[in-house]
Write a new protein. Structure first.
Length: 202
């Protein structure tokens, strides 16, 4: 179930992401539905193989500035979702529960993808009592920041960033449970407490 691997080179990852956004074939096939219907596929990255911090800036569903850089200093759970996506609806309670359980030890942020208006996304958040913010990305381009670890068509998907903003784990498809998310975050916290955030150059 768990898969540990090395991060892809940044240049190749960006080219791959641009190709997928343009509509090329993808191993995480979504089919005509436009979302990943399979159970979550988990990949974890060793601390020395996590590459550069993810850089993403934009606006939230209220039109306010939002930046991943402002969340550094503790793990961040990034969930890619759309109000139109059935698996996103199915996993929302687990993500909300994980956020509540982890409290101040981690931050949560969403990337709302391919909703034609913020009103649809805000209705979703009210229905599932989602209190953390989301980037609004109707064209899906926000996902290019994760090229090499996530496909631009990987909806839903969830990424765990370490305190430096680097990808520590990804789940493509619906998160299996709230416990899966909390365990991944706690693993990152434990690694960092043990001094395992370095890039291996020291």
């Amino acid at each position: 179930m768990r898969n540990r691997r090395r991060a892809a080179p940044a240049g190749a990852a960006l080219l791959l992401g641009l190709a997928l956004l343009a509509g090329c074939s993808d191993v995480e096939a979504t089919g005509d539905a436009g979302y990943v219907s399979a159970d979550g596929q988990l990949t974890e990255y060793e601390p020395a193989d996590r590459g550069e911090p993810i850089v993403l800036e934009g606006e939230d569903l209220e039109g306010q500035p939002l930046s991943l850089a402002d969340l550094r200093g503790k793990p961040v759970v990034v969930n890619v979702w759309g109000s139109w996506c059935p698996p996103c609806r199915a996993e929302a309670p687990d993500l909300v529960a994980a956020a509540a359980e982890l409290g101040d030890s981690a931050s949560f942020v969403g990337i709302n993808n391919r909703d034609s208006s913020t009103a649809q996304a805000q209705s979703f958040e009210r229905e599932y009592e989602v209190e953390y913010p989301s980037f609004y990305s109707p064209d899906g381009r926000a996902l290019l920041a994760f090229a090499g670890s996530l496909s631009p068509r990987a909806i839903p998907s969830t990424t765990i960033l370490d305190s430096e903003g680097r990808v520590a784990a990804t789940i493509v498809g619906r998160v299996p449970s709230a416990t899966t998310v909390t365990t991944l975050v706690e693993t990152v916290i434990e690694e960092e407490a043990a001094g395992g955030t370095g890039d291996g150059d020291g």
